[in-house]
Design a protein around this ligand. Structure first.
Ligand code: ADP
Ligand code: MG
Length: 488
C-alpha cells in the first residue's frame, strides 16, 4: 500500500503548524458494583439510590477492593498489549468539591496497575501505532446538579465510587481524524473484552484532550492546554480544531500559550479557560492508608491472558486470510464484535464475497437509515444468508433480491417464503425467455434497424424492455446471450 503522506497541518499567516494531541480517556469499568463498595452501578437509577456508607465517606467506613474491577483492568491492559505491574499502589488525590464527600479521590499516581502499551490505528495513509503511557484505576465522583432549581444545587452520589480506568496516551496523535479512529479503536477493544460498554451518552467514556502546536520541522513540543471532560468524539474533534487555531494565532502574534485547563463550550464550539497552571491544584497525593499496596500473582495475569477473546487486530488478520477480504472490508467487519459475529453467521451457508457486499452496503444503509445497531437488525443473519444463497444459485436475480430484502425487513420475514409466495423466481428457461425477447424485438422493428446500422447503445434499451416484460424476473445473463444472438 502506498501510504499517502499524512498532512493535517494548520496554515498560519507566517508558518505551517503541526498539531500534537494526547488523550486521557476515562472509561467506566463494566462491573455490577463499585470499586470499593458493593453498591450497584446501574445507569439511570433514581438519585442517591445506589449509595452505601463507604460511598458517602461515613466516618469509620473502610474501602474493600473489588477483585472483579482489578481483573477488568488487567484484561484491558492485556488488550492494549501493555505491561501489567504486579505491584501497584492506591493514592489519595485530595481536593474539595461538593460531590466528593471523602475530600479525596482514590486513584493511582506513581505506580499504576498497567504500564506502557499501544493501539494500532488503520488510517487511509497506512497503519499508525499510538503509544499508551499507562492505565490506572480510580473512583468516579458524584454529580452536582445545578439546573433543576434556581436557588439550590443538588448532589447525586450514585456515581460516587464507580470504578474508572484512566487510559493515558502518549502525545502521538496528530489530527482530529486520528483522535476519532483512536477513540473508536480503544472503545472497540474494550467492548470485545467486555471491560467497558463505551457508551458515551451515558458517560461511560469521556476524555481530557491535551493539545499543543509546533512549527513544521520543530523537534520540541509546544506548551499544551488540556480540555477537560469531553464526552463525544465530535466534540473532541471540534475542540481540537478550535484550540489548535487559537494557539497558532497566539504564537504568530508573538504571544505565549499558557499551560492551562480549558473547557469546551458545546454551544459556541469554542474552548475557554478554566484555570491556569499557577492555579492548578496541589493534590497532595499520598498512599491511601486504608488500602494495602495491590500485589498481583503472575498466575492470575497468565490465566486472564489465556482467556482473552480474539481482538479486532487478530480478527482482521484472520478475516483477510480466511475469508479473502480486503483490509478495508476486514476493518469494517471487525469494527464491532457484533458485526463480525453477524458476518460469520451469514457466511456459514453462502458466498463470502456477496455476503460482504450485502452487509456493508445494503444492511448498513438500512441500519443507518433507521439508526439501529447490528443487534437490532430487522433482518437476521440466517435470513440474509438464505437470500444470498438464492442469488448465487440463480433462483432470483440481484435486482429482485433487493425487493425481497425490503420485504424481509418486516418481522424478519423468511426470504425463501417471500420468493415462493410472490412467484419471484428468476426465469432461466431459455424457451420462455426467447418468447419474451422475440416479442420485444417485433414490437420495436425501427429500433432493431437503428441497432443494426450501428447504434449499439440500444442494446440496453432492449434489455430494459425485456426485464420489464418479465416483471424483473428474467435471468439477465441469459437475456444478454439470447438477445445478442437474435440481433446478429
Ligand atoms: P498531567 O498528569 O498533568 O495531565 P501527563 O504528563 O500525564 O500530565 O500528560 C497528560 C497527557 O498530555 C498525556 O496524554 C500526554 O500524551 C499529553 N501531552 C503531554 N505533553 C503534550 C504536548 N506537548 N502536547 C500535547 N499533548 C501532550
Ligand atoms: Mg491530566
Amino acid at each position: 500500500m502506498t501510504a499517502k503522506k499524512f498532512d493535517y497541518l494548520i496554515n498560519g499567516d507566517k508558518s505551517k503548524w503541526e498539531v500534537i494531541i494526547g488523550l486521557e480517556v476515562h472509561a467506566q469499568v463494566l462491573s455490577k458494583s463499585k470499586l470499593f463498595s458493593p453498591s450497584p452501578t446501574k445507569f439511570g437509577a433514581e438519585p442517591n439510590t445506589q449509595v452505601s456508607l463507604v460511598d458517602t465517606a461515613f466516618p469509620g467506613m473502610l474501602p474493600v477492593i473489588n477483585q472483579f474491577c482489578i481483573e477488568q483492568s488487567i484484561k484491558t491492559g492485556l488488550g492494549l498489549k501493555a505491561k501489567i505491574n504486579l505491584n501497584s499502589v492506591f493514592d489519595r488525590k485530595n481536593y474539595f468539591y461538593a460531590d466528593l464527600p471523602q475530600g479525596y479521590q482514590i486513584s493511582q499516581y506513581k505506580n499504576p496497575i498497567v504500564g506502557e502499551g499501544e493501539i494500532v490505528l488503520d488510517m487511509p495513509y497506512g497503519t499508525k501505532k499510538v503509544g499508551i503511557e499507562r492505565l490506572h484505576l480510580e473512583q468516579d465522583a458524584g454529580k452536582s446538579i445545578h439546573d433543576i432549581d434556581p436557588d439550590n444545587s443538588y448532589v447525586d452520589l450514585n456515581r460516587s465510587g464507580v470504578a474508572l480506568m484512566e487510559i493515558v496516551s502518549k502525545p502521538d496523535l496528530r489530527s482530529p481524524e486520528e483522535v476519532n479512529v483512536y477513540v473508536k479503536k480503544l472503545r472497540s477493544i474494550m467492548r470485545y473484552l467486555g471491560t467497558c460498554d463505551g457508551n458515551m451518552q451515558e458517560g461511560s467514556l469521556r476524555a481530557d484532550v491535551n493539545v499543543s502546536v509546533r512549527k513544521v520541522g520543530d523537534k520540541k513540543f509546544g506548551t499544551r492546554c488540556e480540555i477537560k471532560n469531553v464526552n463525544s468524539i465530535r466534540f473532541m474533534q471540534l475542540a481540537i480544531e478550535y484550540e489548535a487555531r487559537r494557539q497558532v494565532e497566539l504564537l504568530e502574534s508573538d504571544k505565549k500559550v499558557n499551560q492551562e485547563t480549558r473547557l469546551f463550550d458545546t454551544k459556541k464550539n469554542a474552548t475557554r479557560s478554566m484555570r491556569s497552571k499557577e492555579e492548578a491544584h496541589d493534590y497532595r497525593y499520598f498512599p491511601d492508608p486504608d488500602l494495602l499496596p495491590l500485589k498481583l500473582e503472575q498466575s492470575l495475569v497468565d490465566k486472564l491472558k489465556k482467556e482473552l477473546p480474539e481482538l479486532p487486530d487478530e480478527k482482521k488478520e484472520r478475516f483477510i486470510k480466511e475469508h479473502n477480504l480486503s483490509p478495508y472490508e476486514a476493518n469494517i467487519l471487525v469494527s464491532e464484535k457484533e458485526i463480525s459475529d453477524y458476518y460469520e453467521e451469514v457466511i456459514k451457508k453462502c458466498d463470502k464475497k456477496l455476503a460482504t457486499n450485502w452487509i456493508t452496503v445494503e444492511l448498513f444503509a438500512l441500519l443507518n437509515k433507521k439508526n439501529l445497531s447490528i443487534l437490532q437488525s430487522p433482518v437476521s443473519a440466517r435470513n440474509l444468508s438464505k437470500l444470498i444463497k438464492m442469488i448465487t444459485s440463480g433462483k432470483i436475480s440481484g435486482k429482485i433480491a433487493k425487493d425481497v430484502f425490503v420485504k424481509m425487513q418486516v418481522d424478519d420475514k423468511d426470504a425463501e417464503q417471500i420468493v415462493e409466495k410472490e412467484g419471484l423466481i428468476q426465469q432461466s428457461d431459455p424457451k420462455e425467455l426467447e418468447k419474451i425477447i422475440t416479442k420485444v424485438i417485433s414490437n420495436n422493428k425501427d429500433k432493431v434497424e437503428q441497432y443494426k446500422s450501428g447504434k449499439e447503445k440500444l442494446f440496453g434499451f432492449f434489455v430494459g424492455q425485456i426485464m420489464k416484460a418479465s416483471e424483473g424476473k428474467a435471468n439477465p445473463q441469459l437475456v444478454n446471450e439470447i438477445l445478442r444472438n437474435k440481433l446478429k
